[in-house]
Design a protein around this ligand. Sequence first.
Ligand code: ADP
Ligand code: MG
Length: 234
Amino acid sequence: LPPGEPVLVVRGLSVTFGQVKALSGVDLAVPKGGVLGVIGPNGAGKSTLVDAISGFLPQAEGTVELAGRALTGNPTQRARSGLRRTFQQDRVPAGLTIEAYVRFAARRRPPAAEVAAALEFFGCPPAATPLDRVDVGARRLIEVVGHLMAKPQVLLLDEPAAGLPHEEHIAFGERLRQVPARFGVSLLIIEHDLDLVRSVCDTLTVLDFGEVLASGPQAEVLADPAVLKAYLGE
Ligand code: ADP
Ligand code: MG
């Protein structure tokens, strides 16, 4: 594998909702300076995984380590420790300019030139544009920029391309591919567009019914017959 050490290590993660075992003993690792993709059918537990890692599900069992240290506490504490996440649904508020939102999201004052460069890198409208004049696809990108400006060690992206026109997925993927080197942020990406997954991810973990079905280098995992059967219905 090109990137070496893992920066985020999850062991034995289990979550139940009443009778539903949403996750059972999930192990995974995000490579430092790399991108882990998490794929799996609808209802496999992908969003629950992001919720649990980021501290939204206090009932979760198992351990999460960020850069060798136990990651615990509520979502705000985990964000301060260097772990950030997006939601499957766009949560960017209206009523602010892009720049004001990015500064708010970053919880710091990144220099205007740094914000402008990041917005340009992702093909977003200029910083002074009001968010209510930005389409849903661009809002997804702006949300990512806001998180990157916070300089977390790891960013978890839950279906970041949802809402972007399909023809923009590959360009977005190429930019995400460059995020670890350019912004110093390692990524975990939940995504169902396999073309995007192929273009972005170093390693893949496949979830099915809340369990890890396969894990490893992207090309190997995507060629695994069990994965093709579960994920593609082949
Ligand atoms: P995915 O993101 O892979 O589509 P989810 O993590 O959203 O899957 O859901 C995994 C399973 O957990 C599903 O069966 C879903 O219905 C269930 N689930 C998710 N969140 C809750 C919740 N808050 N309460 C009860 N069941 C939930
Ligand atoms: Mg989901």
